[in-house]
Design a protein around this ligand. Structure first.
Ligand code: ADP
Length: 357
């Protein structure tokens, strides 16, 4: 039979085996290199397309957070999510800026409105003041005019008669002078001479001034002995004396038929706006204040007294003085009858430096 074919069974030589192994290594190396290259490219792409815009957005968030609403981030080109986020961010910043502008506009409008309101309030109080001045000065001026006419018509009137008229004219002039003086106290800017004042000394000075009037009306003046107070008050002696005296004089007026006037340092101190306040308290056994009047007694020219007896300026002057000292006055009725007023003044540590004797 003819030979048609043959099998060759051979074993690769050592050379071919080595070739094979190197080829495998090459493939592995190439695969690794490819892998590294792909990772590098991916990282690069991420850096440019993701990290940079995120950093930009972060910077924007920080700037906007710190109040720089004009800050805008640079949006990456293309319509991907990052680009959308960036333009959304810019829109948010714009809307925040718009809201801030609106808030500023509103605040300005409110301020202007308040200014206008204050102006019209001031005009109204000037009007009230003018009406009060006209009323309070009109009465004594009328009396003066009447008496002057009487004197002029009867030049030969008896001496006694003429002296009486002159006396009345003098008293009415004093009343007008008093109103003018109080009005000036209300109107002029104060130049406070602040110093530490021992409350007991202030009270003693006022007692001395009102003692004679109290005696005339049969009022017993008592000064509480409990007032060994560690704190002094800080203020202008002369003005505070006037303020306390105005309140005491009102009490005397309210006790025309006698009574008891107690002046003391309030046993308790008050704290307000981080400061400590000492109270000077005046309590009487007089008529008390009708509840409906309590809200008005500090208004200029509010008075319940007869013409010529009160100007309605005493308490408004007292309040102005105390408020200039950063203090305040409280008024109330006592349950047992009579009224009580407390002047609260800023305390200063009792440093042993007494005011003038
Ligand atoms: P005036 O004493 O000239 O009337 P004030 O401003 O001092 O003006 O007082 C206003 C009003 O407050 C008084 O007219 C009176 O009605 C009331 N008033 C003030 N103090 C007292 C008091 N101790 N007891 C009763 N009423 C008082």
């Amino acid at each position: 039979a003819a030979r048609r074919g043959a099998f060759e069974i051979s074993q690769p030589t050592e050379f071919v085996k080595a070739d094979y192994a190197s080829a495998r290594r090459d493939i592995a190396l190439i695969t690794l290199a490819l892998f590294v290259a792909i990772i590098a490219v991916v990282l690069l792409v991420m850096r440019y397309n993701l990290l940079r815009p995120i950093k930009e957005l972060l910077g924007g968030a920080k700037a906007v957070g710190q109040g720089d609403l004009a800050y805008r981030v640079v949006a990456p080109s293309g319509g991907n999510e990052i680009a959308q986020l960036a333009s959304e961010f810019n829109r948010m910043a714009e809307s925040l800026a718009e809201q801030r502008r609106a808030a500023e506009r509103q605040a300005e409008e409110r301020l202007a409105l308040e200014r206008e309101l204050r102006h019209s309030e001031r005009l109204a109080s000037v009007g009230r003041l003018a009406a009060g001045v006209a009323h309070e000065m009109g009465a004594p001026l009328n009396v003066i005019k009447g008496r002057v006419e009487m004197l002029r018509e009867r030049l030969d009137a008896p001496v006694d008669n003429r002296a009486r008229n002159l006396h009345i004219i003098g008293a009415q002039t004093d009343a007008i002078t008093d109103i003018v003086r109080q009005l000036l106290t209300l109107a002029r800017p104060f130049n406070l001479r602040r110093e530490p004042i021992e409350p007991a000394r202030l009270i003693a000075a006022v007692v001395e001034l009102i003692e004679a009037d109290a005696m005339k009306s049969g009022v017993r003046v008592e000064v509480s002995q409990k007032d060994h107070h560690p704190d002094f008050v800080e203020g202008d002696q002369a003005l505070l004396r006037q303020s306390l005296m105005n309140i005491c004089i009102n009490s005397l007026h309210a006790m025309a038929n006698g009574g008891r006037l107690l002046i003391e340092v309030a046993p308790e101190e008050r704290r307000k706006n981080g400061g400590t306040f000492v109270g000077l308290r005046v309590s009487d056994t007089g008529s008390g204040i009708p509840p409906e009047n309590l809200a008005h007694i500090f208004d200029p020219f509010f008075t319940t007294k007869a013409v010529g007896k009160g100007t309605g300026l005493g308490l408004s002057v007292a309040r102005r003085i105390v408020e200039e000292h950063d203090g305040w006055i409280e008024a109330a009725n006592l349950t047992e009858g009579g009224a009580t007023f407390t002047i609260w003044l800023p305390a200063t540590p009792g440093d042993g430096r007494p005011g003038e004797p």
